[in-house]
Design a protein around this ligand. Structure first.
Ligand code: MN
Length: 285
């Protein structure tokens, strides 16, 4: 199943190049009052409303995907856990380029671990990236985003995939500089998730997905998730050894080589096999 959030907070079921409005299925989610749960209610209750989604899709008229605005498919992630330098060739390029490593030793992920991005940094592809600090280098990073299905507290890698709801394309947009990663990567709009959320049953081998990112038509990043230094199950085990992962939490698995600057006016075209493709525009903040 491919679910998107489109136009004015509609929930959509994506089939081919069409979307079916299944917003009515959200009536099956529990009504919440303060304090709100620290998870994404849609992901947490996806199994409960799957029949409602199918029924609503059966009643809906198809809408051309090309004509809708796509928002982040995960509306309320509790946290975004991200892996730094998790591809060997990106580690090599980061160590070779002073503008990336910024006079700081770039350590291997096994040593530096993971970092958090603010949930408030999340946008969808149609919202675009508004560049702040235009005087500083701001880079694109395409990453496979893993969406957590259910509470995961100190999960062994052998059971990690039981906790995966699905996948989407993620951008970890980054201001280069000497500050902590979470500061430089948590600017509003610097986490792009899209174009939709693909449930795990549709991705037979997440360790063999091609990623590609083009800037203004020119390929900048091209890699395959088989080259992750720490693979997905180990990342989930690692992350859940520190934090309890909750439904809708997002794990950004790290970017491959080829990172480079973006500027207002650029168009980023990203694709990941088995998931889809999205265009994201860059503008001034
Ligand atoms: Mn990254």
């Amino acid at each position: 199943m491919r679910l998107c959030r489109f136009s004015h907070d509609r929930l959509g079921l994506v089939r081919g190049d069409e979307v079916f409005d299944v917003t009515a299925a959200l009536d099956g989610l529990p009504a919440h009052r303060y304090p709100l749960p620290r998870h994404d209610p849609l992901v947490a209750h996806l199994a409960d409303i799957a029949a409602g989604i199918a029924a609503a899709a059966g009643r809906a008229k198809p809408i051309a995907l090309a004509g809708v605005d796509l928002l982040s498919p995960i509306a309320n992630p509790g946290k975004i856990v991200a892996a730094p330098v998790n591809y060997k060739k990106h580690l090599e390029e980061a160590r070779a380029d002073a503008a990336i490593h910024h006079q700081k030793q770039v350590e291997e992920i096994q040593k530096i671990g993971l970092f958090l991005k603010a949930p408030s940094s999340v946008v969808g592809p149609s919202e675009g990236i508004a560049v702040r600090h235009a005087d500083r280098r701001t880079d694109h990073e395409i990453e496979l985003a893993v969406v957590i299905a259910k509470r995961a507290d100190r999960v062994p890698k052998e059971r990690a995939f039981d906790h995966v709801a699905g996948y989407c394309i993620g951008f970890d947009i980054t201001v280069r500089g000497p500050e902590e990663r979470s500061l430089r990567k948590s600017i509003d709009g610097y986490t792009v998730l899209g174009p939709w959320f693909v449930t795990a049953d549709e991705v037979s081998d997440p360790a063999a997905l091609d990623l590609e990112l083009k800037v203004n038509g020119e390929t900048r990043q091209r890699a395959n998730t088989r080259d992750l230094i720490i693979p997905i199950p180990e990342l989930i085990a690692f992350a859940s050894s520190f934090y309890t992962l909750m439904p809708g939490d997002v794990l950004l698995t790290g970017t491959p080589e080829g990172v480079g600057p973006i500027a207002p006016g650029d168009a980023l075209d990203a694709s990941i096999s088995n998931i889809g493709a999205m265009r994201v525009r860059v503008r001034s903040a």
